[in-house]
Design a protein around this ligand. Structure first.
Ligand code: SAH
Length: 224
């Protein structure tokens, strides 16, 4: 039997992710086994820069390139739970960033489309997701305020940047029964996580609590 240092390294990360799931996610009340399993399996440490790697499983958002962030693990799990995925969905993520959220979603849905406005992050996330084998994720370089009409309709739209209001184009890209999970707020108040559900052609809204996100840039968010 041989035990390379790479194997030891991956065991250490596996344990770190186990603790992350137990202490940060399950302890806070997320019990969906598929979500817990996805968060254990996706190597979060591969989605941050080398200098942030030791913090990868900490209970916080971390800086990534271009002044953006990878969301806190609990926030990712929370949004996945709010989206009520069973495994057969077509999902849109707005704000690809590192690609971490998309990787987690890819284990919970049939296909994931993720859009990012910063070309450098698009490039990095696409390469990373390919390298790690997340082949049911498609990354788009575009303005997420517009959704991704060519991949619609979606069962769920998950927005990982804080908006001022619900982007109107999403309404035409959502299936009957579909959910939009989006943090909405002002500069002063921070954001409230909102879930919009389309039922019988009508949109209903629920507020799910306070969160903090980097801004959504553009028409339904903030100027650059
Ligand atoms: N889901 C990401 C979190 C990234 S932070 C992860 O797991 O790492 C939010 C991202 O939204 C940033 O990368 C930011 O560049 C992007 N963003 C902001 N406004 C956008 C817009 N209008 N269209 C697409 N992406 C946008």
């Amino acid at each position: 039997m041989h035990d390379s240092s790479a194997n030891q390294d991956s065991d250490i990360w596996q344990e770190a992710r186990e603790r992350m799931v137990e202490n940060q996610i399950r302890m806070r009340g997320i019990n969906d086994l598929r979500i817990l399993d996805a968060m254990r399996r996706v190597p979060r440490e591969e989605f941050v820069s080398p200098d942030q790697k030791i913090f990868a499983c900490n209970d916080c958002a971390l800086p990534i390139d271009c002044n953006q962030t990878i969301s806190q693990p609990y926030t990712v799990a929370y949004m996945c739970a709010a989206a009520q995925l069973t495994g057969n969905e077509n999902v849109l993520e707005v704000g690809c960033g590192s690609g971490y959220g998309a990787a987690v979603l890819s284990l919970l849905a049939r296909e994931v489309h993720t859009v990012e406005r910063i070309p450098e992050l698009v490039q990095q996330a696409s390469e990373r997701l390919q390298r790690l084998g997340y082949f049911n994720v498609q990354v788009y370089s575009a303005d997420g305020n517009l959704g991704v009409p060519q991949a619609a309709p979606f069962d769920a739209i998950i927005v990982t940047a804080g908006a001022k209001s619900l982007p109107k184009p999403y309404l035409n890209q959502l299936k009957e029964g579909g959910r939009i999970i989006i943090p909405i707020g002002t500069e002063f108040t921070g954001q409230t996580m909102c879930r919009f559900t389309l039922k019988n052609g009508k949109l209903s809204e629920e507020d799910l609590g306070a969160f903090t996100f980097v801004p959504l840039i553009g028409e339904f968010g903030w100027p650059t």
